[in-house]
Structure formats: structure tokens, C-alpha cells
Design a protein. Structure first.
Length: 238
């Protein structure tokens, strides 16, 4: 059973169709990439899946229909979104930002402590900077903090929106290495990314979204050799 399925998902803004008849399936423990041009509807799709935007169609999570659930209930069920802008609390410390990520599990004090220790092991730089304000971190450290905060919520599915945005190439490689390593703890991934090459190299399976519709899909290695994907998305990424 897939961890996530969307069936005929559609989102309109007035007369503008941002997503049309989008059906995708995310396998448990797998890493799926969603690539496409700017304005294709990728961020809109993530927002609809997490419940920030209401949409038509059907969404199931681990076999359960969650179409009518609000954001909080979807997070409680095991979904988490790392938004493009990261949306950290800059005037709060790294540690406080992380602990906020565990808010839905606030009654489980011991579990939160264990999760925090695990995040610090995965992100040693955050451990070193745990008392610093989030606003003082570098771009790469802020992305690590956004990922760590999401992991504090104990997600089974992580939705990542442009994790490499604005980062130097060396840091991008580190971020994607961390994303790939999440398989070890059983977290499924849906990755939206402009850097198509890095996304497909990280993923098991890929989707191409164009004009709000899935135009191509298949194993990531196959998509990397598809002439249409090469011409449109990989030619300029060396």
C-alpha cells in the first residue's frame, strides 16, 4: 500500500488551473522527485497535499482518505512540509525552533528528548549552534534547521519544496546527501526541486509536472535518459 496517493487532484485560482487531474503514488520508504518549469504548479501541489490549499479530487495517506482533513490533522497523521522559504522563527534559538517542531508530541517528553538527540546526531552543526538565534545561521544551516524541525514531528512522509534554493553547490550536495539518508529511518520523500539533475539522482522515481499536469513519470534513472527530460531540464545542469 502506498503511503500517499492523489487521485484526480485539481486546484484552480479563479479561472486559472494550477493543477489538473494530478494522480501520483508515493511508495513507503521511497524517494520521489517532482520536477518541472517555474509556474508549473509544483508548490501548489505540495500545499494541496498538506492541506494548506483546498482542492478537488481525492488524497489518501496510508490507505486512509484524508481529503477532508485540515493541516493539523494531516500533520498528526504523519505528514510534514519543509516550505521553500523555510519559515523559521529568526528571533528564537536553534533548540527552540526544533522543539516547536515536536509540538504535536508535546505530551511525550522523553520521546521528544530522544528525537532531539537524534536530530543533533544527524545535523552536528545544529548541535554546535543550538543556542544561536536562527536568524544568525547561514543558508545551509537554515535549511538543515528546517529539515531538523520537520523531523521532530516524527513524519512518515516529508514534503520538501526546493531544498537547494539559494545554496552554494557544496552545501547543495550535503543537503541532498542528508535527504537520501532519511531512507534509513523509514521516511518517505516527495521532493520538489528546480535542480532536476540533483533531484533525479537522489530519487527512486520521478514525475514531470508541466502546466499543472503530469506529462511524464517513471523510474528516476529512466527519466534521466529520456530525451525530453534531457532537452528541457538537464541540458544546462552540468
Amino acid at each position: 500500500m502506498p503511503i500517499l496517493e492523489t487521485i484526480g487532484l485539481e486546484k484552480r485560482f479563479g479561472g486559472i488551473v494550477a493543477a489538473h487531474d494530478v494522480s501520483l503514488s508515493i511508495e513507503k520508504g521511497a524517494r520521489h522527485a517532482l520536477i518541472g518549469p517555474n509556474g508549473a504548479g509544483k508548490t501548489t501541489l505540495l500545499a494541496a497535499i498538506i492541506g494548506l490549499l483546498r482542492s478537488r479530487g481525492r488524497i489518501t495517506f496510508d490507505g486512509r482518505d484524508i481529503t477532508a482533513l485540515d493541516v493539523e490533522d494531516r500533520v498528526q497523521a504523519g505528514m510534514s512540509l519543509v516550505p521553500e522559504r523555510r519559515e523559521l522563527f529568526g528571533d528564537m534559538s536553534v533548540a527552540d525552533n526544533l522543539e516547536l517542531g515536536a509540538y504535536i508530541h508535546r505530551a511525550d517528553v522523553n520521546g521528544t528528548r530522544e528525537r532531539l538527540a537524534a536530530v543533533y546526531r544527524r545535523f552536528p552543526r545544529l548541535a554546535e549552534r543550538r543556542r544561536q538565534l536562527a536568524s544568525t545561521l547561514s543558508g545551509g544551516e537554515r535549511q538543515m534547521l528546517a529539515l531538523g524541525r520537520a523531523l521532530m514531528g516524527r513524519p512518515r512522509l516529508l514534503l520538501l519544496d526546493e531544498p537547494s534554493l539559494g545554496l552554494a553547490p557544496l552545501i547543495v550536495r550535503e543537503i541532498f546527501r542528508i535527504v537520501a539518508s532519511l531512507r534509513e529511518i523509514g521516511v518517505s520523500i516527495l521532493l520538489v526541486e528546480q535542480n532536476a539533475r540533483a533531484a533525479l539522482e537522489t530519487a527512486d522515481y520521478g514525475y514531470v509536472l508541466e502546466n499543472g499536469e503530469i506529462s511524464l513519470s517513471g523510474p528516476a534513472t529512466k527519466l534521466m535518459h529520456d530525451p525530453r527530460v534531457i532537452a528541457s531540464y538537464l541540458g544546462g545542469n552540468k
